[in-house]
Design a protein around this ligand. Sequence first.
Ligand code: GDP
Length: 703
Amino acid sequence: MARKYEIEKYRNIGIIAHIDAGKTTVSERILYYTGISHKIGETHSGESQMDWMEQEKERGITICSAATTCFWSPKVYLTKEKTNEHRINLIDTPGHIDFTAEVQRSLRVLDGAIVVFDGVSGVEAQSETVWRQADKYHVPRVCFINKLDRLGASFEHALGTIYEKLTKNAVAIQIPLGEEAGMQGVIDLIKMKAYTFDGPNGDDVKEIDIPAELKEKVEKARDEMLEKIVGEDEELMEKYLDGKEVTEDELKKILRKATIEYKLVPVLCGTALKNKGVQLLLDAVIDYLPSPTDVPPVQGVDPKDEEKVLIRNSSDDDPFCALAFKIATDPFVGTLTYIRVYSGTFKKGNYLLNTNTDERERLGRILRMHANQREEVDEIFAGDICATVALKSTTTGNTLCDEKNPIMLEQISFPEPVINIRIEPKTKDDQEKMGSSLKRLQEEDPTFRVKTDEETGEVIIGGMGELHLDILVDRLKREFNVEANVGRPQVSYKEAIETNAEAESKYIKQSGGRGQYGHVKIKIEPLERGKGFEFVDEIKGGAIPREFIPAVEKGIKEALEKGVVAGYNLIDVKATLYDGSFHEVDSSEIAFKIAGAQALIDAAKKASPHILEPIMKIEVVIPEQFLGDVIGDLSSRRGQIDQTEDRTGMKVIYAKVPLSETFGYATSLRSLTEGRGTFTLEFSHYEKVPANIAEEIIEGKRK
Ligand code: GDP
């Protein structure tokens, strides 16, 4: 069976945005205009994430699906002809700040993105975070300044915040036709035409001449755009400087190239809610965002020799390889594993190799998810994004590939949880279901952890913030019918060392019973934050036999988990085993493990060990009159104010606050601001705890 759409006609994209900027509304309009959903839904302000998930179910639209396939023919709204049809796979990126790990994982598998902004507030803190992550993964993008119908909206202001906070390489290729209540449509600066969107759903699109009174403004905006675009191509630059006409096709071609190379970022505008501009946004997705063949080929390593780099081209002719990027539970078919195919083709019913687990997986059913239906497919091709059913051992971040051509793609790394809460089932009935339900949620979300307290037997769940865990507890109730009581949130402290140190340890028992002999000398040094644990074996001349070295490493690892200051995990350490000795008869793995653990403890105690705490980035938006009180309160929470700024009549405070000081902040902010303040929190980094607080932690007064 041949492929239906050439790979050049694929666009694997995501929509990223600050919560409330209109991501859901834009997605819904995209599904509507691409002809799949037949009714435009509504989202209303003030609803929580949960509400719209529930609502989504009622509406039968699966925006929440990890990936939705739809089709678009450029200019179909004018020509009514489905020519040059493209396949768009819309990959879901979650809106809330606590889920930045989720955003990161979706950024891995998409080729381009639409970034949605609120036309009143412009760039908000969270859009900055996501933007930087998109930079990290080199994701080409187009911007959509939404909500230009709102009171106080200003395209110019919002564009200014993009220049100022995100990139000087943004280039406006549209300006709005009217703003606020007078928002009627969009002016395309490349085509030099205006577009209006009439009818109840904005389906009736008209291409009209630019109104005379806007000529001057439009010319100015076009000149700015032209200079940026022609600046990317010498030939075009010369033509432009010679005063010759630069054609629409030339501009589009150069802008496409520059966007894909992430040298320029086209900026569009509209209002999704009032159905203006989304069709042109879809054209821009086709015109400027890359197909799978436009981005660099995926890289991986040979699982047998991780030094050996392998490349797979976005082509059906290369050996098959795909990345599992999301596990989701579907009420009808069970567990779905979403994969992105980078290369090759695959027929259902055959086997693939999971190079991370070294197990074979049979893909018996493959589904393509549309907004309102699932389509069973027999064969998948390079560039596809689809869901597979009932995989045994595959988890998020695993590579599935051709058994004869193994490759391991870079794993997706997820941050460790910063917050823990004890959770207790309400009834016996709940108890029976809780374990398996938590397991399901954990499979779906790699930043969510479940463990049991060894001493008390209680279940502890960990995540990226209070809200993250709140939502999971809520899902437990709604989706799995499990009611639970939760304890107070506990900060996940860590420990670290500051200096290098050495230690020697012997574990010898030679009286009665089996003898034991293990003797090691180690050096330790601090590593940069986030580097984790590194073990170096420098044993020469058989001072310790090969077979005992893994036991030393294991002992060190176990000691690290327990820490040396207050029982927290000691992180970011390099340990080098450089000498030791053994006994022909008495040496054993256990003896070397104990010696390794003790050496680590002794060395770490000499290396200025200390406690680390998670620091959160906080953005607080308040009316000006409360500024003093709110800053005072943040300072009393050991907050460091980074910056304050004005945003459409409100004050915005950017600060860093230790996580332990943010518990209950919502209540406190409400009472300080007569209920008018809002805030967002996001994990930033780990930092050394001040001495007085460290003492409280050690004494167990603060947990
Ligand atoms: P998300 O949190 O980014 O998914 O945002 P939603 O799509 O849920 O939108 C948040 C709120 O803004 C909802 O009340 C929408 O109805 C509203 N909204 C979305 N787009 C527009 C728009 O273009 N204009 C106006 N005035 N409101 C909008």
